[in-house]
Design a protein around this ligand. Structure first.
Ligand SMILES: Cc1cc2nc3c(=O)[nH]c(=O)nc-3n(C[C@H](O)[C@H](O)[C@H](O)COP(=O)(O)OP(=O)(O)OC[C@H]3O[C@@H](n4cnc5c(N)ncnc54)[C@H](O)[C@@H]3O)c2cc1C
Length: 462
């Protein structure tokens, strides 16, 4: 553990508006925890920044003292890159302000805002940015990797709606960037993760959504999974961009609309969300109902902010998590058979398989329009290995790895950067495809010493 003279630490504390936490401080242990309980790191200092000035000061402190530097947005990343051992964490969790200009249809969000913060403020005006499906995720990490969710087929990825940002780069400068201001850097942060600096402010274009949307779940028994999944795959290819349906395979949680005897049994749930009114979506819901024996359903008009939180209880922080992910341009029958085979052998009742339907407007930009390159992907599959006891680590990780290997021959050979775990550094190139070399060139220009290396790292010398 780095030990610093107390006068150095006192000087650092005095220079910031926000608190600086050290081991032994009452809030230190809570502040070093991230969403994934498998990540156990002990930073030397955690700087809870209250604004851009704090971020600039903390960054120059890390440089001056040669400290490893990590940046924390929402702390959700599965790889745990928001914290480092023995270094300084720039913690943005006190920077969660969001400002909406309803007339200009623009919103700005500070670098530590969560999806729930941005949704809450934009929905007051019936507006939204396409974000992810778990409201406690950080806006920053999600956007910097690409960002897709229920609205992405209709309105693109989070990065497709980013119109500007403020970023503190490795040289300590605050830069205002956009399509015409430092366009290479603006291109790189739209998918290139935290490699290029600390983003203190994101600016998004907004769309009219809600506040009430059509959403819900239809649940089938896994015994009918083959038929349900094949018919789902076929329907998915014909859906309008405004309708999203994702598949979730897992043990049935005790949802109030499921009969008690179903709880804990293997299920296939089709989750639907659309900004269209229910009468426009009902024909698709009817088709879904015809896929098999409906064990229970809860579909109807509901507040968009409520739907954005619907999966939060299943994805709460504090569990041990190991993910494996594949992109698919199409889901063959063989691919679906692999999915169903492994869904039938989950090693813990908390494990699940998510098939996110993307496509639609998320696939309209050219692959090199933003650093996020996957504009031909129809489905992203995320194998959520999730359990509670460390003793189960090896067993649960083995299941996820075997599943991943069995599915690989059917997959596109690419992956979403935001779903990579810490042991998947070798897949970073795969995650950027043809955009990798340009990302390296931008890294060389803005962070030649690789100050920002606690991320899925794009090395300046690679
Ligand atoms: C339960 C769950 C559900 C998810 N669902 C979705 C989904 O529906 N769609 C989707 O696209 N993704 C989803 N993700 C993935 C998610 O997008 C990534 O985990 C993302 O990195 C989380 O961002 P964060 O700010 O919370 O993470 P953090 O762990 O805080 O940060 C992630 C990375 O970004 C860097 N970073 C964070 N803030 C900043 C900043 N302000 N400036 C510069 N760098 C920064 C960090 O250093 C780190 O490298 C989900 C993740 C989880 C755990």
């Amino acid at each position: 553990m780095t030990t610093m003279k107390s006068e150095v630490v006192d000087g650092f504390r005095a220079a910031l508006r926000g608190p600086v936490l050290l081991p032994g401080d009452p809030d230190y242990d809570a502040a070093r925890m991230v969403w994934n309980a498998m990540i156990e790191r002990r930073p030397a200092l955690i700087a809870r920044c209250c604004g851009t000035a704090d971020v600039m000061t903390a960054l120059s402190f890390a440089r001056m003292h040669g400290l490893p530097l990590a940046v924390r947005g929402g702390g959700h990343n599965i790889a745990g890159n928001a914290v480092c051992d023995d270094g300084l964490v720039i913690d943005l969790s006190l920077m969660r302000s969001v400002h909406v200009d309803p007339e200009a249809r623009l919103a700005t969000a500070e670098g530590g805002a969560l999806l729930s913060d941005l949704d809450h403020e934009t929905q007051a005006f019936g507006l939204a940015v396409p974000l992810g499906i778990n409201s406690t995720t950080g806006v920053a990490g999600l956007t910097l990797g690409g960002g897709f969710g229920w609205l992405s087929r209709a309105y693109g990825l989070a990065v497709d709606n980013l119109v500007g940002a403020e970023i503190v780069t490795a040289d300590g400068q605050l830069r205002r960037i956009g399509p015409r201001q430092e366009p290479d850097l603006f291109w790189a942060i739209r998918g290139g993760g935290g490699n290029y600096g600390v983003v203190t402010r994101f600016e998004y274009a907004l769309h009219e959504v809600g506040p009430v949307v059509s959403a819900g779940l239809v649940v089938f028994p896994a015994t009918e999974g083959r038929e349900v999944m094949r018919r789902y795959r076929d329907l998915a290819g014909t859906l309008p961009d405004e309708v999203s349906i994702w598949a979730v395979l897992r043990k049935a949680p005790p949802l109030p609309f499921l009969p008690p005897e179903v709880h804990g049994s293997d299920m296939v749930a089709l989750a639907l969300c659309s900004p269209l009114p229910l009468e426009a979506v009902e024909p698709f819901v009817d088709m879904v109902r015809g896929f098999g024996t409906v064990l229970g359903e809860h579909v109807g008009p509901m507040p968009y902010t409520a739907w954005q939180k619907a999966f939060d209880p299943l994805l709460a922080p504090g569990a041990r998590n190991y993910w494996k992910s594949h992109n698919f341009t199409q889901l063959s029958d063989d691919a679906l058979d692999v999915v169903l085979r492994y869904a039938a052998s989950v090693p813990s009742p908390h494990c699940e398989i998510f098939l996110a339907l993307i496509g639609g407007r998320a696939n309209e930009p050219a692959p090199d329009a933003t650093a996020y390159p996957h504009r031909d992907i129809q489905f992203a599959m995320n194998v959520h290995g999730r359990w509670t006891e460390a003793a189960d680590d090896a067993r649960c990780m083995a299941w996820a790895r075997e599943f991943f290997a069995a599915a690989a021959p059917h997959a596109a050979g690419s992956v979403y950067i935001n779903f990579l775990t810490q042991d998947e550094g070798s897949r970073i190139r795969e995650a950027y495809g043809g955009n990798y070399d340009r990302l390296v060139a931008v890294k060389q220009r803005y962070d030649p010493d690789n100050l920002f290396c606690f991320n899925h790292n794009i090395r300046p010398d690679s």
